[in-house]
Write a protein that binds this ligand. Structure first.
Ligand SMILES: Nc1ncnc2c1ncn2[C@@H]1O[C@H](COP(=O)(O)OP(=O)(O)OP(=O)(O)O)[C@@H](O)[C@H]1O
Length: 273
């Protein structure tokens, strides 16, 4: 299958007063159309930098980033980006927040409004359409942010820890919602997360990055039985436990530690998550 996203020999260095620091080093990665890939690795290993490169928000110091065979040279409406914070405008109601992308593109009209209203209903937000962000729960705000991102029908969804600020139950609901949405629409997704369970339950493949600078240590294929189930159900599959333990072992290796290096329950990569 042709790659929807392709990173070829990509390196990125941030230049500061102390000189240049390499955040991503010679990365090669293909993500097929409709595939769901997670990036995991120790804090500072370059995960967000990789998403920003894919989004065209920063340019690689070396190598190329391609979207459907075309070089990414700046932000592209075919790519939607969702972050841990919802970044909803507090002075706009939920519906008007969701329509902002169309307004910026000069494309707000009856068709755009119909599309947003449909998505708001699908995401259980029809009754909240005229409410303002401060009147909603964190989970509802993230759903509203998701509606805003999906309204322009992106081919690619980049997700940078979008669930990490939410309570566990809300997080599980949103994982299912995002998973179902991208599967149903054939969207290509790249998720950055510190939650290994989340990565294993949502993805087709998990990319494990080395401590620093960003290099791929290994890529783990998720078994078909897990991929076939929505994330909340996938966790009950017999193969899930062994997969999780393999993933945790690889992460400990990538951090340069052995079994004694495990932290807490071992599902999170750092204390922030
Ligand atoms: N704007 C920037 N200027 C300078 N250095 C930066 C900048 N952004 C990130 N870095 C550095 O690049 C490296 C990779 O950062 P990045 O945020 O991509 O890692 P990460 O894996 O997403 O980290 P975390 O898991 O903590 O979010 C880190 O050493 C970080 O300090």
């Amino acid at each position: 299958m042709d790659a929807m996203l392709r990173l070829s020999g990509v390196s990125h260095a941030y230049v500061g007063p102390g000189g240049a620091a390499l955040a991503v080093d010679g990365l090669n990665l293909d993500v097929a159309a409709g595939e769901f890939v997670s990036l995991v690795g120790p804090s500072g290993c370059g995960k967000t930098t990789i998403l920003n490169l894919l989004a065209g928000l920063i340019k690689p110091s070396r190598g190329t980033v391609e979207l459907a065979g075309e070089k990414v040279s700046g932000p592209n409406p075919r790519i939607g980006y969702m972050l841990q914070q919802d970044y909803l405008f507090p002075w706009r109601n939920i519906r008007d927040n969701a329509l902002i992308g169309f307004e910026i593109a000069g494309a707000r009209g009856p068709e755009a409004e119909r599309r947003v209203d449909r998505l708001l209903a699908e995401f259980g937000l029809a009754g909240a359409a005229r409410r303002f962000p401060h009147e909603l729960s964190g989970g509802m705000r993230q759903r509203a942010a998701l509606v805003r991102t999906l309204a322009r029908e992106p081919d690619v969804l980049l997700l940078d820890e979008p669930f990490s600020a939410l309570d566990l139950l809300i997080r599980l609901q949103l994982e299912d919602l995002v998973w179902e949405t991208v599967r149903a629409r054939g969207v290509t997704a790249v998720l950055v997360t510190h939650d290994l369970e989340e990565a294993a339950a949502m993805s087709d493949r998990v990319v494990i990055l080395d401590a620093s600078p960003g290099r791929i240590r290994t890529v783990l294929d998720v078994p078909a039985s897990i991929r076939a189930r929505q994330p909340s159900e996938a966790r009950w599959e017999p193969e899930f436990g062994p997969l999780f333990h393999r993933l945790r072992g690889m992460i400990q290796d990538s951090e340069g530690g052995g079994p004694g290096h495990a932290r807490g329950a071992g599902t999170q990569l750092d204390s922030r998550a």
